[in-house]
Design a protein around this ligand. Structure first.
Ligand code: ZN
Length: 248
């Protein structure tokens, strides 16, 4: 219980960094350096204004200095981070690893959704941290197959989307996939192995169909070239699967 509570708090703090990154990374600004300040008026935030979720609710989503809207994204990122912490602590055999993966996927999913942008460095970090955990576990369990499975998963995840992209281009004569999607599924494959890649693709496809269905219901036209952020779908699908892999 204590672990779950602590994970919620840490998750909300990580989520507030994710929210800041969501605004700052697309502008090429740093998230780590510099004191926390308002993105509109540069007012430095006091300790009371830095409490995740609570500050947002008390201030009703506006800056105390200039009244600029802080936006639901910030709150969403903080709640998402907290939820990832809680679920990982409650459900996963490897809560820390599941959180590290989940928080990275949260940032990737939100960035791709909001800006259709999948920064290569984030994909690289996701893959590197996956490879690191798999190496540690492989050494600890004296089971080289674990590491081999991770590497096969990485190669498989990259290759399957890369091939799909090539095929689509051949047939349709235009790009059907963002260039960042094959590396992202490769990084996910390092965490989940080849079977996990297949599960991720299936779940992401179901998610895509569900989103398309909702868009259709809302009266938006779906055409063959309607772009859904595949990175968001993949990231959102991959995380439940690592939890599920830990349960079976
Ligand atoms: Zn302000």
């Amino acid at each position: 219980m204590l672990l779950i509570l602590a994970s919620i708090v840490v998750g909300a703090v990580v989520g507030s960094f994710v929210g800041a990154a969501l605004v700052r990374l697309p502008d090429g600004r740093s998230v780590v350096s510099g004191r926390s300040s308002c993105d509109s008026c540069d007012k430095q935030l006091t300790a009371r204004e830095l409490v995740p979720v609570v500050s947002w609710l008390i201030q009703r989503g506006v800056c105390r200095g200039c009244g600029a809207e802080i936006g639901g994204w910030q709150l969403g990122a903080e709640l998402g981070g907290a939820a990832i912490g809680a679920l990982a602590a409650a459900l996963s055999f490897f809560p820390f690893a599941a959180m590290v993966m989940g928080w990275q996927l949260l940032l990737i999913a939100l960035l791709d959704f909001r800006h259709m942008w999948l920064p290569r460095v984030l994909t690289l970090l996701l893959g590197a941290s996956g490879a690191m955990f798999m190496t540690l576990w492989s050494v600890q369990a004296r089971d080289p197959m674990m590491l081999a499975e991770a590497l096969i998963g990485g190669a498989f995840g990259f290759a399957i989307l890369w091939l799909a992209a090539q095929l689509y281009e051949r047939l349709r004569g235009r790009e059907g996939l963002g260039g960042g999607d094959p590396p992202l599924l490769g990084a996910i494959g390092l965490w989940l192995g080849p079977l996990g890649v297949i599960h991720t693709l299936l779940l992401a496809s179901l998610g895509g169909l569900a989103v398309a269905g909702v868009m259709h219901q809302m009266g938006r036209q779906i055409k063959t070239d309607t772009a859904l952020p595949l990175g968001t779908l993949l990231a959102a699908a991959a995380w439940p699967i690592i939890l599920w892999q830990g349960l079976v």
